[in-house]
Every structure is written in C-alpha cells, then in structure tokens.
Design a binder for this molecule. Sequence first.
Ligand SMILES: NC(=O)c1ccc[n+]([C@@H]2O[C@H](COP(=O)([O-])OP(=O)(O)OC[C@H]3O[C@@H](n4cnc5c(N)ncnc54)[C@H](O)[C@@H]3O)[C@@H](O)[C@H]2O)c1
Length: 392
Amino acid sequence: MVIKPMIRNNICLNANPDGCAANVREQIEYARKKLKKSANAPKLALVAGCSNGYGLASRICAGFGYGAATVGLSFENEPSEKRSGTPGYYNNSAFDEQAAKDGIISVTLNGDAYSPVIKSKTIEAVREAALRAGIPAKIDLFIYSLASPVRTDPKTGVMYKSVIKPIGASFKGKTLNIMDGTFGTTEIGSASEEEIFNTVKVMGGEDWQLWMDALDNEGFLCAQTRAAAFTYIGPESSWAIYKNGTIGKAKDDLQRACREIDSKFTQQKKIYGAWISVNKALVTRSSAVIPTIALYITCLYKVMKEMNLHEGCVEQIARLYSDRLYTADGKVPVDSENRIRIDDMEMRDDVQKAVEIKMKNITQENIFTETDIAGVKHDFLQAHGFSPDDIG
Ligand SMILES: NC(=O)c1ccc[n+]([C@@H]2O[C@H](COP(=O)([O-])OP(=O)(O)OC[C@H]3O[C@@H](n4cnc5c(N)ncnc54)[C@H](O)[C@@H]3O)[C@@H](O)[C@H]2O)c1
C-alpha cells in the first residue's frame, strides 16, 4: 500500500513503517562501523525517550555500537484501524527486531516516563534485561532524552503543559514552511509566570532526579554509571525564543538537577558522573515546531554541509560516546560550566558568521539555492519514514 505523508504546519500526522525501519537500519549501520567495544563501554543502558531523535540514536549507539543490553522507554501510539502509529512505534519495533537478530538484548516499554507506574515497570525491565544478558543489574549508562508537551506531577496529580514562549517581551520573527519554502511571520506574546513555572515542571530536571533516586533505591547505580541529558544553546538570534525563553528556563533547571545529581551520587561514589550535553540543532519531531528555528536550520545545514561538518543525530551521539563519555583515559571533556559540547562545530565562529550572513540575505526567490531546505525537508520526512518522492 502506498502511504503519503499528511503534513500541517511542519507537523507530520502519519508515518510509514517501512521507511522508519530503513532509517533505523541506516543508523545501526553507522553505529556498528563507528564505535568499537572497549573495556569501559556500557553493558546495560537505559534510555528514556528512546524512540526518536537523539534518544533513538543514543540507544542505537549503545546497543549496536557497543553491544550493550538496552532498556528503552518512550510514549508512542500504536497503529489502529483508522490511524497509522507514530514513527517512534515503528522505530522501536525495527530496533527490537534487529537486536533479536543480532543477539543484542533489548526490552522496550511504551508509556508515560513521568508516571510512577512506568518507573516501576522499567525497574522490572532492567532486571529482565540484565538476567537475559547474564550481567548484574547495574545501569552503566542512563540517557534522559524526553521532549514532551505535558507532565503530570506524581505527587499532586496536577498536569502541567509546557509552552515555547519568550520571557519579558513578545517576539516577532520569520517562519518557514519547510514543505514549500514559503515564509510567514509569527508574533508570540511573552510568557506569564505560570507558563514559565509549568514549562519548568515539564521540561526541567525534577523528573530526571526522580529517576536517579528510583534507580538508586533499587541498587542499579554503579561506579561506572554515566548519566546524561540534552540541551541546546544556539546563536543569539534564537535566544529570545529558546535560551532566554520558557524552554531555556526549563533547561536551566535541568542543569541545576544535573549539578545536584552529580554532587549527590558522585560524592557517595555511586556514579561516574552526570552531565548535560549541549547538542546540535537538528530536525526532529520536536524541533520542527519551534518557531523560527526551521529557517536557521536550513541555513545551518547548507553551511555545515559545504564545510563538510554536518552531522545527524547518530553522528552526534557516536561522537558523544567515543570522544566525550567513553574516552580512552576516562576523562570527560567539558566546558567552563561542566557541560559536554557536541554543538562545538555548529558554534564555531566561521560557521556562525556564515549562517548569520546567509540568514540576512535569504529571500523568497533564493531560498532553494541559498539554503539546504531540500535537506531539511528530506530529514523531516525521513523522521516519519517518508521521502520527498512520497509527496505528489
Ligand atoms: N532536536 C534538536 O535540535 C535538539 C538539540 C539539542 C537538544 N535537544 C534535546 O534533546 C532531547 C530530545 O529531543 P529530540 O529532538 O530528540 O526529541 P524527539 O521528539 O525526537 O524525541 C522525544 C522522545 O521523548 C519521548 N517522550 C515524550 N514524552 C514522553 C513521556 N511522557 N514518556 C515517555 N517518553 C516520552 C518520545 O516518545 C520520544 O522518544 C530534548 O531534551 C531536547 O531538548 C534537541
């Protein structure tokens, strides 16, 4: 059956199972070639947000790059008679299928990572994965890669919704429809105190800390445990909507949580360390809906591809593991704020200068020649198992 993508406002409403599986296999091939098993490589990894984007790449690199048993957790829709499943559902299936073929242990859970029920189920899944792998139930890698619009506080039962809004002043900017290359404008009002608070509740670090405590209570942490969560900084032109906006406040809180996790558990020698990794801007299901980011990414892709510096999620994560978390001497290179920087190439002066000039000169006439909108459209469709040929 031919499936065509259904797209509204940079959101794709369906997915193609075969295309999703092909995308997963491609990343698996890369991870296999790029990463080599070593003495300190992870043996049992837990990935929250394993089905898409950075979390999927994190699980693939741990499983197929290092041969680790993996427990993956995400929140996806199964297919029904009326609707296709979400891409992550098919990605997880493809991951599990290939892992079974290769004798790599994988246990996959579908449910709300914020809920105590799923935390308990995950704990059982970790025990199961360790048993099947014949190794102790010690998680030596925990990747926390959730991107969610809502969270219910497990203590109060109150549901919070996150928003992407500026703080202090409204924001007006150019938007780009990545499917047809047309520009629009958007004006987003400044967030209220309540909206800031709610966004921090959803995308901040509270839940990561609850996870670490839950894993500690089960005795799952060990001297080799590396824990990491992801953030984005980007150029000043994006700060009003990202770094200095509601999502940036949540990411500040993620960093606070990271410091607390690191000092609490490393002092007790219960983990190797906890880090925030600053990653590159890439087209994923979550980032495509951030206003004005699409235009920046089309320029960034063009510049980085021309300079031979472009990376996707799997290339980023392979480098996070090989050159940061699992270096030969065990040292983890960080910046002055103890953050891992795999956005280093994106943030290079020459890259940023070239992107800045490009962004100033983009018009409706030259969008297809001066930016990599074709590459961005390709990646966006690929994240749902489609290709540009499927549109017609
Ligand atoms: N995409 C980027 O450009 C970029 C750049 C830097 C940092 N990051 C960060 O990386 C992280 C992952 O982002 P992404 O772009 O890969 O997102 P994504 O949308 O591709 O994946 C999000 C994952 O979270 C899971 N998820 C969402 N709500 C859940 C819930 N309640 N319970 C369980 N799982 C849930 C989804 O199932 C999916 O697996 C985020 O913290 C994001 O801020 C993204």
